[in-house]
Design a protein around this ligand. Structure first.
Ligand SMILES: [Zn+2]
Length: 321
C-alpha cells in the first residue's frame, strides 16, 4: 500500500451519533458493526468528519441530539476534539486526536427568528443542511419516492441562508429538491457544499445532482461529497442493493463530476452509519484501499489529496470565520 502521500480524509457526512445508540455500540471499542469508531478512523486515516445531528427537524430533537453529540465528542475515551475554527484542523492533528465538526441535517427545528441558529453557531455549528425530507419553514426536500414538491426556498429560507453564511456556517445543498437548490444558488454569497450527493446522470435519483447543478457548484467554488450508499452509486440496478459493487462504482461518479466540472469539485461525504454500503467500503477503515484503487486508475496523488480533504478544506476556509 502506498502511504507516502498525505491522503488524510475529511468526511463530509457521517451519521454515527445517530447510529451508535441504535447499535448499542461503544465508539471507543473497535467493532465490526457499523462504519465508524476511533480505531477504524485511525486505520482509514480519517482526520475529521462532519458528525450530523439527524434529523434536526424539531427544536426538541435538536436539544436532545446536541446533548448526545457533546457527550460523544467530550468522552475522553473517544479521542475526539471539536473543530470550530480553520486552525483547529492542524491543532487537532498534532494532538493525535480526530476532529468532529457539528452539522445539522435539516433546519426544521430552527425557529423563524433564527435564534437557535445563532446559539448553535456559538456551540460550534459549522455546516447546515436546510432540510432532510418533506417541507419545512425554509425549504423543500428531494423526495426518495413518489412525486416531487414543486416549491423552493421560502422567504425565511432565504434569510436562513444569508444568516448562516454571515455567521460563518457552510451551507449544505444535499437533500434539497431542484427548485430549492436553484433558489439557494440565487442567494448564496459563499461556496456551497453538497455534503453527500452523487451524479444523477449515472443514477437517476432525485437525491443525486444534475449536470447543471454540478456545473454551478463548480462555478461557485463549492464541492460535492461522494456518497457511498448503494442506492446512489449503482447505475445498473437503481434502488436495489448490490453489496458486490466495486470501487469502480465510486470512481464512475468521480469521473463524471471531473468531466462536467473539475477535480476541484469532488470531495467525500460517505453517509457512513446512515446507509447500507457495498462491501468494498464496508466501513471507514477502507479509505486507503479506495485511494490505492484511484491511484492505479488514472488519478494522481495530488488529485487524491484534493478529493480526500483539500477541496473541502478550501470550502471551509472560504465559508468559516
Ligand atoms: Zn442524508
Amino acid at each position: 500500500m502506498n502511504n507516502n502521500f498525505n491522503n488524510s480524509v475529511i468526511d463530509g457526512h457521517v451519521d454515527t451519533v445517530y447510529q451508535l445508540p441504535k447499535d448499542k455500540r461503544d465508539f471507543s471499542i473497535r467493532s465490526e458493526i457499523g462504519h465508524y469508531d476511533r480505531y477504524r478512523m485511525e486505520v482509514g486515516n480519517v482526520q475529521a468528519a462532519l458528525f450530523a445531528i439527524y434529523p434536526a427537524s424539531t427544536q426538541n430533537r435538536i436539544l436532545k441530539k446536541l446533548d448526545l453529540w457533546f457527550k460523544f465528542v467530550s468522552n475522553p475515551k473517544n479521542n475526539l476534539e471539536q473543530i470550530k475554527r480553520f486552525d483547529d484542523f492542524d491543532k487537532v492533528k498534532s494532538s493525535g486526536k480526530r476532529g468532529a465538526i457539528l452539522h445539522f441535517e435539516g433546519a426544521g427545528g430552527i425557529d423563524n427568528n433564527l435564534r437557535l441558529l445563532r446559539i448553535s453557531y456559538h456551540l460550534g455549528l459549522r455546516s447546515l443542511g436546510l432540510i432532510w425530507s418533506g417541507i419545512n419553514n425554509f425549504a423543500s426536500a428531494a423526495m426518495f419516492t413518489g412525486s416531487q414538491n414543486k416549491s423552493g426556498l421560502t422567504e425565511k429560507g432565504r434569510e436562513l441562508v444569508a444568516e448562516a453564511q454571515s455567521l460563518g456556517i457552510t451551507v449544505d445543498v444535499s437533500h434539497l429538491n431542484d427548485p430549492s437548490f436553484w433558489d439557494v444558488i440565487e442567494v448564496t454569497e459563499k461556496p456551497l457544499f453538497a455534503t453527500h450527493s452523487n451524479a444523477r446522470v449515472i443514477v437517476d435519483h432525485p437525491r443525486n445532482l444534475t449536470d447543471d447543478q454540478i456545473k454551478v457548484i463548480h462555478e461557485n467554488r463549492g464541492t460535492i461529497g461522494i456518497n457511498f450508499a448503494m442506492i446512489f452509486l449503482n447505475a445498473i440496478k437503481p434502488n436495489m442493493y448490490d453489496y458486490n459493487l466495486g470501487f469502480d462504482s465510486i470512481k464512475n461518479h468521480i469521473d463524471h463530476i471531473v468531466d462536467v466540472a473539475s477535480i476541484n469539485t469532488v470531495a467525500i461525504g460517505s453517509d457512513f452509519d446512515g446507509a447500507d454500503m457495498p462491501t468494498c467500503v464496508k466501513d471507514c477503515s477502507t479509505y486507503p484501499q479506495l485511494w490505492e484503487y484511484l491511484l492505479k486508475n488514472g488519478y494522481s496523488k495530488q488529485d487524491i489529496e484534493k478529493i480526500s480533504h483539500a477541496n473541502l478544506l478550501r470550502v471551509f476556509k472560504e465559508t468559516w470565520k
